[in-house]
Structures are given as structure tokens and as C-alpha cells.
Ligand binder design. Structure first.
Ligand code: FE2
Ligand code: FE2
Length: 258
């Protein structure tokens, strides 16, 4: 089973580049599942219906989120009705939406989990114990993909090692900067600390750099907007054993607009 996981999609620029890159990806016909993090899809903040539909049309099948999940109020109106969109599972009980979803790839069930770290982020429930509980509730599913949305590299590495051999992949999101530590851990879990992002390359994490620098210099509030210019596409491609769900390999798939 070949899976493509796309890092945080930033703004309309990011949505359009996902469409463009997926449209001409040479390995596209071999892909069995495409998952993407959509927490920044609308002006860098959150997800709405229109953006979700656009990503589905481009080929994305499951959308994960993060700390920007509820930045677009509209999401609350439909997240409970669309099982293809998941938000971090360790939000408090009663939060709209779900933290995992089960989809079918051929005859196999695939469990996709979104979880958020707590270092330099909101103090949600324990990410480790919350994932444990989801895994315990799905003992029959061997293909499990975890989007670990976190700031700290240490917390993401801890999740990778904690789940090694129990899930197929632990993929870090949120920092928008791809790391070069992709590997298959000893017990068969594909891992990367951060997948990266899709959107403008010459901004700061996809946002207009002058506004970000201005805010850092002045310490005054300023409204960020998505940067302009050439775009980048960061994703990872990994193969899972059909029977065991163990990862066979993982590689980065970077695409840069000239
Ligand atoms: Fe993000
Ligand atoms: Fe984030």
C-alpha cells in the first residue's frame, strides 16, 4: 500500500499547488491513499467547506488538522458530518469533530489518527494515552497512520518511539519546515519529525515575511497574510506491507516552483 502524506497546506496558494503537483505527479497512479494536513488552508488559518472540497477534488482523501482547527467558525457546522476531516484526538471530550477516522483502501481498513503535542501549544489531554485508547479500541486494524501535530522535535520523536511497532507511520506536522530524519524505526513504523508545508516558499512558514518581521521588531499586533511568489510542496511517500501494516520505506517528495 502506497501512501502520500502532504504537510500543512497554506492558503489558496497552497491549495492550488496541491492541485497542480498531484495532477502531474509521476507516481500518482501507484498511490493508494492521500492524506494531507489542512489546518492552514484558508488564509493560513483553518479549514472551510470550499477548501475541503477543493482538496478532495485534487485527490486528497483524508484531511487532518491541528492548533488552527477552529479558526474558521464554519468548520464547526460540518466537521461532525464529514468523516474525512479529523482534528487532534486529545481535545477535551465534547469538542466538535473526531480525532480519528477509518477508511478503506481496497479490502484493507486504514485508521488515521490526528493528535497534538502539548509543548508550546494548548494543554490538551495526554497525547500518548489518548492514542493508546484509540489503538486499543481498534485491535483488528493493522494499517495505522498518525499525524503528530507538535512544535517540539523531542515530543514528536517521543511519539515515534512510543508507537514504534504499534502503528504504520508517525508523521510530524505544524512547524512547516521539513526535517531530514525520515526513516523506518526498528519495529516497522515510518517516521519523520516534520513533513513541511505546501505554499509560498519565500515567506515565513508561508506567511508574508515583512509582516512577520515587522511584528517581531515592533512587538505590536499585526494581521498576518499569506505570502506571494514561488511555491513549495512538501510531502512524504511511504509503502506499507499489505498484510502486516509495517512500513517498508519512507521518502520525502519535495517539489519546488522555479
Ligand atoms: Fe500549520
Ligand atoms: Fe499548527
Amino acid at each position: 500500500m502506497n501512501v502520500l502524506f502532504i504537510g500543512d497546506i497554506v492558503g489558496l496558494e497552497g491549495q492550488e499547488y496541491v492541485e497542480e503537483v498531484l495532477g502531474r505527479l509521476s507516481s500518482r497512479q501507484k498511490l493508494d491513499l492521500i492524506v494531507a494536513n489542512g489546518e492552514n488552508a484558508v488564509h493560513g488559518r483553518g479549514l472551510n467547506r470550499k477548501a475541503a472540497e477543493r482538496l478532495y477534488d485534487a485527490g486528497v482523501e483524508i484531511i487532518t488538522l491541528g492548533n488552527h482547527t477552529f479558526d474558521q467558525r464554519e468548520l464547526q457546522e460540518f466537521i461532525d458530518e464529514d468523516a474525512r476531516i479529523i482534528r487532534p484526538c486529545n481535545y477535551p471530550p465534547g469538542t466538535p469533530g473526531g480525532g480519528f477516522t477509518v477508511c478503506k483502501v481496497g479490502k484493507k481498513k486504514v485508521l488515521v489518527i490526528n493528535v497534538m503535542g502539548r509543548t508550546f501549544l494548548s494543554q490538551l489531554d495526554c497525547p500518548f494515552r489518548t492514542v493508546d485508547a484509540i489503538l486499543e479500541a481498534h485491535p483488528d486494524i493493522k494499517h495505522v497512520i498518525v499525524d503528530m501535530h507538535a512544535e517540539a522535535t523531542s515530543e514528536k520523536l517521543a511519539m515515534g518511539w512510543y508507537l514504534d511497532g504499534r502503528v504504520s507511520a508517525v508523521l510530524g506536522t505544524h512547524t512547516h519546515v521539513p526535517t531530514s530524519d525520515e526513516r523506518v524505526l526498528p519495529q516497522g513504523t515510518a517516521y519523520i519529525t516534520d513533513v513541511g508545508m505546501v505554499g509560498p516558499r519565500d515567506g515565513i512558514l508561508g506567511m508574508d515575511r515583512d509582516i512577520v518581521i515587522g511584528r517581531l521588531l515592533s512587538q505590536m499586533p499585526a494581521r498576518f497574510s499569506v505570502a506571494k511568489g514561488p511555491r513549495q510542496f512538501h510531502a512524504v511517500l511511504f509503502e506499507l506491507d499489505e498484510e502486516t501494516g509495517r512500513a517498508v520505506n519512507i521518502s520525502r517528495v519535495p517539489v519546488y516552483e522555479p
